[in-house]
Design a protein around this ligand. Structure first.
Ligand SMILES: [Zn+2]
Length: 435
């Protein structure tokens, strides 16, 4: 390999190091390296140091042609010859390898990027580089935390979205643990994640935030959760509150589902089964009326005629549609008229689920109508929710909220990852022109 040493050094690409030897087996590539430094000064007294001996240090680096790479660094120990100098001996350092580190710096930075930007599983990176799970996670924490804490990551925010996501599914030992996501609705970026979904959790976050930054937020969009409404004050009491349209419509849908389940149970004495008339139209009932084709509406009406003897479910469906109509209105005045009509209609209904929908609408009337003035909606954040789910799935569930938060923010928090130079194309013309 001696005539290939120069080539090996080009491949290695670590300035300040020379390659002594390369051996490989099926499991890994082992590269013996040495620093090219030939002399140095004592850092304590400044005298010229004398080389003493070398010690072997094993470090993992970026994978090499599909196999984990191990650097064996023949690390130089230096000695100070001045008899009065307290320095005695020390080992050489490198900017590429932190003391006691298992990974080279560049491998740690790349692992952080793969786990953060690409939401790849930590275990996959650990396997690829030939280290344990914690080595990768520690690299993500070490290199990712400064990126997430960078004050330039979040600029001024005009429209803030507050949305809850489940963080841990319920087990025998604990109920579902929720997390609250704070989102810049205009840049579509996750600003922060807070553990919990109670008013106090949100309030704690606004208390710690910069008051000047909070003052710049003009609009806050939330779902119809009382805890969020309460948690916004005092920190965000100045902002215009908007009930997110997606969640408003969902409240209507939930009412339809509740009535459907109850009527089903009362008429058939069992929960929905595949052949039950109402169970068969459960999805049609939640589809917007304007999106049902002729066949769909016929099937739905038939199902209702057979399975809904007292027109209770029909009433809930109409109530849900009256909520959706609010968002079809062209002007704020029309929207207010339609919403008030829906509220009055629900309030006078005999079905308790519909009356309770009316109460919710009445209690959020101002926030629901605010959407028509501000246009603010968490709609764009539904795409972000997919990102969060991706992070969660690739972690196979998280035990540490801090790690979850870090990985969500690295993936969807608007990090400016450094651009990489693009290699030139190898073929000037694609063999498949349409590909
Ligand atoms: Zn010295």
């Amino acid at each position: 390999m001696s005539d290939g040493i120069g080539l090996a050094e080009v491949l290695l690409g670590l300035p300040g190091f020379g390659v002594l030897d390369v051996v490989e087996d099926d499991a890994e590539v082992v590269i013996a390296i040495e620093s090219t430094t030939t002399w140095t000064h004592c850092r304590t007294c400044g005298a010229r140091a004398e080389p003493q001996d070398r010690m072997r240090v094993d470090i993992r680096d970026l994978a090499c042609f599909g196999r984990p790479a191990r650097l064996v660094w023949n690390k130089r120990r230096w000695r100070c010859r001045e008899s009065l100098c307290p320095a005695r001996t020390w080992t050489e350092q490198s900017e590429h390898v932190d003391a006691q580190a298992v990974l080279t710096r560049r491998a740690g930075v790349e692992a952080c990027r793969q786990v953060g930007e690409n939401a790849r599983p930590v275990a996959q990176l650990a396997d690829e580089l030939g280290v344990c799970w914690w080595t990768i996670m520690n690299a993500v924490i070490e290199h990712g935390t400064p990126l997430v804490d960078d004050p330039d990551r979040i600029g001024p925010v005009r429209q803030l979205g507050v949305d809850e996501t489940s963080f841990l599914a319920a087990t025998a030992l604990h109920p579902t643990v929720y997390a609250t996501g704070l989102i810049d609705l205009q840049r579509h970026v996750v600003i922060d994640m807070v553990e919990g979904n109670a008013a106090a959790d949100l309030r704690r976050w606004t208390t710690n935030a910069d008051p000047g930054w909070l003052a710049g937020i003009g609009v806050v969009a939330t779902d119809l959760a009382e805890s969020f409404r309460a948690g916004l004050s005092p920190g965000l009491a100045h902002a215009r509150r908007v009930a997110d349209p997606f969640h408003v419509v969902r409240v209507g849908n939930r009412c339809v589902d509740q009535v459907r389940r109850r009527v089903q149970n009362e008429t058939l004495s069992h929960r929905g089964r595949k052949a039950d008339p109402l169970y068969r139209i459960r999805k049609l009932l939640l589809t917007g009326a304007e999106r049902l084709d002729e066949r769909g509406s016929e099937r739905m009406l038939l199902g209702l005629r057979v399975g809904d003897p007292h027109d209770e479910l029909l009433g809930a469906w109409l109530a849900k549609e009256s909520v959706r109509d609010v968002y079809l209105a062209d002007t704020p005045t029309d929207a207010a008229t339609l919403l008030d009509k829906a509220i009055v209609g629900c309030a006078s209904d005999e079905v308790s689920e519909i009356r309770s929908l009316g109460k919710t609408l009445a209690s959020w009337r101002t926030e629901i109508l605010a959407h028509h003035d501000t246009g603010a909606s968490n709609g764009p954040t539904e795409g972000l929710n997919l990102c969060l789910k991706k992070v969660k799935r690739c972690g196979h569930g998280f035990r540490s909220f801090e790690n979850y938060r870090l990985r969500v923010l690295l993936h969807a928090g608007g990090i400016a990852w450094p651009e990489r130079p693009r290699p030139p194309r190898i073929r000037s013309r694609s063999p498949h022109p349409d590909a």
